[in-house]
Design a protein around this ligand. Structure first.
Ligand SMILES: N[C@@H](CCC(=O)N[C@@H](CS)C(=O)NCC(=O)O)C(=O)O
Length: 210
């Protein structure tokens, strides 16, 4: 396959696109990383199958939308989605639990414009949502992991990359999360930062707003 047999379209942001980029990086998979700004998005929008991004596009023009669908596809291709159906389901359960956190954070806190409402939602997020779902992530890890670092079995999966990416963004946006939950993700962060391919990507990736 040539270097540009697949194209990945997304804003020059991490947001919903970064998980797939991390999966490709972990796999050493080459692809065309097409990034655009809000100014040039109107040129791309009509070409995207659902008028949204991220989108993964194949050489024959086939497009796959929906960030987690694209990530799951990329992970399966890369061997990062479990070795059998049951392991894949365990990985999906971790992904969906992290998604529960992200939905509340982005849906109710991050993009809230009203400062008073934002402060109220942030308090609820830190004392309720995050506490409950981090505890749930811990329960899943206890049940599925055979390794200190990874959530399922003893090797890296796309669930680890999703938790890593999501928690990293959260730590940047809400530094007090570090004091409350930082330790629970330390060995995962160490493992990912110690992975040569991922480290090379993380060191070189563009600085973006979020
Ligand atoms: N459920 C979709 C949501 C996609 C989505 O909302 N994409 C946003 C960027 S994060 C977008 O394309 N916004 C521009 C637009 O809708 O015009 C996914 O997970 O991919």
């Amino acid at each position: 396959m040539s270097d540009s047999d697949i194209k990945f379209y997304y804003f020059n942001l991490q947001a919903r696109g970064e998980l797939t980029r991390l999966i490709f990086a972990a796999a050493g998979r080459s692809y065309e990383d097409i990034r655009f700004g809000f100014d040039t998005w109107p040129e791309y929008k009509p070409k995207m199958i659902l008028g949204q991004c991220p989108v993964l596009e194949f050489a024959d023009g086939t497009q796959i939308p929906q960030s987690l669908t694209v990530a799951r596809y990329a992970a399966r291709e890369a061997g990062l989605a479990g070795s059998d159906n049951l392991e894949s389901a365990k990985i999906d359960a971790v992904v969906d639990t992290q998604r529960d956190i992200n939905e509340v954070f982005y849906g109710k806190v991050f993009f809230e414009k009203d400062e008073a409402k934002k402060a109220e939602e942030m308090e609820k997020f830190l004392t309720e949502t995050l506490v409950k779902h981090v505890e749930n992530l811990g329960k899943l890890k206890k049940a599925y992991s055979t390794n200190e670092s990874y959530f399922v079995g003893d090797k890296l999966s796309w669930a680890d990359l999703f938790v890593f990416q999501s928690i990293q963004v959260l730590l940047k946006a809400v530094p007090e999360v570090q004091g409350k939950f930082g330790d629970q993700f330390k060995s995962l962060f160490d493992a990912i930062n110690g992975n040569d391919k991922l480290k090379a990507y993380l060191d070189a990736r563009p600085e973006t707003d979020f």
